[in-house]
Design a protein around this ligand. Structure first.
Ligand code: PLP
Length: 437
């Protein structure tokens, strides 16, 4: 039965607890699982039989979340990890070793930029950054040691949709998968439909939706022919000495097209241990149940805010997918057919000082380093989320000094606009008052 997202969000991966008949997914708050006998234990360890071994590797509550997100993205299987950062790191470390490289879009969340430009580089994995406006740049930056390409669907702060289909199509004949961080556009864009091979999410944002848990997930599209490119993808095609010589494309065959995520779970999660807490999986599942409703409301409210800000004289520029021009506007029309998402940005004519005064004057919107909460949020990226980037890299990532980022929630639009209005008034009137005093 092919179910719609609204239905999958409530049903995928679960019917009822077989023992108690509980309908809500139970929190299996256990570290380990009783084996039937020594034969059962050794079959589980040898991957001859699937089952629960240890919560670092897998947990029944988390398993429901993994199946549900895989279903919503249209992927084959998923692995939940301790944060969105861990998901991005594992997604690349699963394919690339010291000496290999990755080509990534410049338009990234600041934390991902730091991971790529510094931590992965220190581990011997070079990340080469290219301008996502030019799909061919990914090919030009690649060589025989390039293992993957990476991008965000709707990167903040620029909010220019990444050309997923255009770039993925260039990589496939070369054996290079496109990994897409879809954190800002769950359900709005389904990257596998456009040719991406792997999707990662920070579960912390729209998917969890209530600002209560940090989490991440890696979804295997099951749509990439790793075995056809043994030289390009040695990690999945050569015997893995860390798992008694398993060749992952072979080992996964009885389970389906899940070699990529099977390896991530059985090696990286086993060794680096970014386990997802079953309690957080439960909370995140509560969020997923209303994701289709919330994402519609986030999109509707944010669009109304963007249109309203565009008419305010204090606002020099509004950054929202609907308000883009040229090729970026065309990509908005092609990819964002179900809504523009909850994020937007704007620049006040008064620059950095006006932006900071605006944030200090907010009463309803929270001033936090987060996005995708059901509540509306605001931040000044240049002095916070992107502050560890050099000024030049901030500009490359689209963070100008006066930029204010909003993540619009699902409150009543009148209340959101009233708070923005009084904060804009305060931001523009404060210096005059100060001068008069
Ligand atoms: N990807 C994007 C697009 C993000 O915005 C964030 C966090 O802000 C992350 C990844 C990292 O996720 P987490 O904070 O859950 O580690």
């Amino acid at each position: 039965m092919s179910l719609k997202p609204e239905t999958l969000a409530l049903h995928a991966g679960w019917r009822a607890d077989p023992t108690t008949k509980a309908v809500a997914v139970p929190i299996y708050q256990t570290s380990s699982y009783q084996f039937d006998d020594t034969g059962h234990a050794s079959r589980l360890f040898a991957l001859e039989e699937l089952g629960n071994v240890y919560t670092r590797i897998g947990n029944p509550t988390t398993d429901v979340l993994e199946q549900r997100i895989a279903a919503l993205e249209g992927g084959a299987a998923a692995l939940a990890v301790g944060s969105g950062q861990a998901a991005s790191a594992f997604a690349l470390q699963n394919l690339a070793r010291a000496g290999d490289n990755i080509v990534s879009s410049t338009d990234l969340y600041g934390g991902t930029w730091n991971l790529f430009a510094h931590t992965l580089r220190d581990q011997g994995i070079e990340v080469r950054f290219v301008d996502p406006a030019y799909p061919e740049a990914f090919v030009r930056a690649s060589d025989e040691r390039t293992r993957a390409w990476y991008a965000e669907t709707l990167p903040n702060p620029k909010l220019e949709v990444f050309p997923i289909a255009e770039v993925a199509a260039l990589g496939r004949p070369l054996g290079i998968p496109l990994i897409v961080d879809n954190t800002a556009a769950p359900l709005l864009v389904r990257p596998f439909e456009h040719g991406a091979a792997v999707v990662v999410h920070s579960l912390t944002k729209f998917i969890g939706g209530h600002g209560n848990s940090i989490g991440g997930i890696i979804v295997d599209g099951g749509n990439f022919d790793w075995a056809a490119h043994p030289q390009r993808q040695p990690a999945l095609n050569l015997p893995d000495p860390s798992y008694h010589g398993a060749v992952w494309v072979e080992a996964a065959k009885p389970l389906g097209p899940v070699a990529y995520v099977l390896k991530a779970r059985t090696t990286l999660q086993r060794d680096l241990g970014a386990a997802y807490s079953p309690f957080n999986a439960f909370l995140t599942l509560q969020g997923v149940e209303t994701l289709p409703l919330r994402i519609r409301e986030h999109s509707r409210n944010a669009e109304a805010v963007a249109d309203w800000l565009a008419g305010r004289p204090e606002v020099a520029r509004v950054i929202h997918p609907k308000h883009l021009k040229g090729a970026a506007a065309e990509r908005t029309r092609k990819y964002l057919t179900k809504g523009f998402g909850g994020l937007l940005g704007f620049e006040l004519a008064g620059g950095r000082e006006a932006g900071q005064r605006f944030i200090d004057a907010l009463k309803l919107l929270y001033h936090v380093a987060n996005i995708g909460d059901a509540r509306s949020l605001a931040i000044h990226p240049a002095s916070t989320t992107h502050s560890q980037l050099s000024p030049e890299d901030q500009v490359r990532a689209g963070v100008s000094p006066g930029y204010v980022r909003l993540s619009i929630g699902i409150e009543h639009i009148d209340d959101i606009l009233a708070d923005l209005s009084q904060a804009l008034d305060a931001a523009s009137s404060t210096p005059m008052r100060a001068a008069a005093e």
